[in-house]
Design a protein around this ligand. Sequence first.
Ligand code: HDE
Length: 702
Amino acid sequence: MKRINSKATDNEKLRQLSAEYVNHSGGAMTTDQGIGIANTDDSLKAGERGPTLLQDFIFREKIMHFDHERIPERIVHARGFGAHGHFQVYESQSAITRAHFLSDPDLVTPVFVRFSTVAGFRGSPDTVRDVRGFAVKFYTQEGNYDLVGNNMPVFFIQDAMKFPDLVHALKPEPHNEIPQAASAHDTFWDFIANNPETAHNMMWLMSDRAIPKSYRMMEGFGIHTYRLINAKGQSKFVKFHWKPLLGVHSLLWDETQKIAGVDPDFNRRDLWENIFCGNFPEWELGVQILDPKDEFNFDFDILDPTKLWPEELVPVKKIGKMTLDHNVTNYFAETEQVAFCPANIVPGIDFSNDPLLQGRLFSYPDTQLSRLGGPNFHEIPINRPIVKVNNNQRDGIHRMSIDQGTVSYFPNALNKGEPHPASLGEPAYAHFIEKLGGETVRKRADSFKDFYSQPIMFWHSLAPYEQKHVINAFRFELGKVKNTDIRQAVVNMLNNIDGDLATQVATCIGATPPAMPFKAKNVKISPALSQAGTVSSAKTRKVGILLECGFDKREVDAIANAAITAGATVEIISGAQAPVTAKDNRTVNASQTYATTSPVIYDAIYIPSGSRHVETLMLNPHTLDYINNTFKHCKPLAASGDAVELLRSAPALKNASLCGNKSGMVNDKGVITSKGRNEFSAFTNEFIAALNKGRFFEREDC
Ligand code: HDE
């Protein structure tokens, strides 16, 4: 793979300078005290076969450091993967915000992004059904701004007070710590059934959004309503969106199960490899802007984090682009030690009174105290702002800076009143001036209590194949719930969304279907909620080609070149990682074997012609595995010449009559076959068109 280095911008260089990169490649080894070490393999003993001596400080230091290599993993979002990049606004947004990084289109702001799953432990597989975290740290010239969001636009609960309950219910059950990274268990669904405010997020969790194909193909949402404030002190409400340029794409459930075994690092590997190869992922930052005078003009409360603002009502304006262009140098130092916090905001952006957001503002720095071991985590290189930190905070565990002087208080005369509170003209944060009032109450606002209108909208906005996936997800998740009362309670809850959905789930899990199936009237549809119409292209997709000796190299070259031209990558799979000889005696190197890879890793499979090669594949049980899985997962499946026989031998394809007849090419539902060389260029075009499309969901009905 070719490594492409990003063009480090001035700001990026600044950020890199503030970190401490240590190159361990040369020189003699030392202890942490700098004392030279001549032997790092043998402890100091009393005689060659004698006991180890306590005085062996080299041994003790090495083991002591090893014993403390881990820090507590995040309570939620423990499994994550990060990358560096930059953000640039398209045009000045100064009319709505005074945030400097959103006001200057020439400014390149460095960012660090960490994607994550929520429930699983740090070593859990990537492809589990879960919400994905989408946390962005902007290193702006006015300090760090963190937009700590998810890949779904709503959250499970409305008040932060309930968060520990939600997480306790979701995490593995406490008596046996089962199941890992999965919501398919009793305590989670018990919580859902007893908290109708979760209905909306629960629908998203059962949808394809919860099993993204790639972090690069995932939307991001700030979820909460925030405020933007301009230089005149005027404010608008805002919701933030990240829109991936490659479109929004998901895995199929069956794929996720297999990938979890074949490559538990599937999503992180995908991000790492694509950045490494120069396929830099890109997202546009979108904003939905709402004038405060319209605050009460909706049939939902804009402060309620279980509600989204339908894009058709409040359009998303794309204001800038984020590109991730370099991988981390060290996972622990950067991805593990990064500390996000929704309270890290810059002038021009402010919070709203969303009670979930208000609780988060406390939680994040608090969790860092135990996770990163003290109050100085802002000094860890990845967390340092690119601007100077200047205050009277001092000391504490792991203080890195050596603060000079005697004065660490204000006001003072000994240091001429420095550092001083920013005076007029100097950058300083100012909150939006808002009139607040009301009685001290522990109460949910009545305007937060419509739990079902938006799940109904979501359900009816999905394409039929997406709805089918949701039904199957419920059948799986609730089918794993042992307590039948909980199953029934969730079915009853689903009947508030759609009677047909509730019935289809109930009949499969042994629950009683609703006596009066609910059918919503005058449903509002939001097409933006479906992934069906999303951008789709062959770019960065992975084509697998099965090859054995005796294949037709001209065909392989044509397909591989066309795929690469379309932006895809190609891998050759064979019996050995060795050159495979074509029928014209030329060779192609196989980088993968049936043991090292699997059909679920590829976006399309192609098998060229060649009698000896086809005969070998015919006898190889893996061939059917590749054909069946690729077919089942609705991905392009192509064969030419005598290799078409291989497709014909797969029962699923035979039933669907999709593999062509003896005399011609049948290119239907993403199964592409060609009989003769004269058809080859049309065949290649069909294959690339199918690769662009990605999936043929109509095959799920075959
Ligand atoms: Fe978080 N969340 N959260 N969360 N969250 C954490 O902070 C919390 C919520 C989100 O890659 C923790 O540093 C509370 C919503 C992401 O490092 C913790 C509430 C959204 C990440 C915490 C929420 C998120 C976290 C754990 C209810 C989407 C990973 C470790 C009010 C808008 C950030 C840490 C990373 C992490 C608390 C709800 C997103 C415990 C109390 C809503 C992406 O502080």
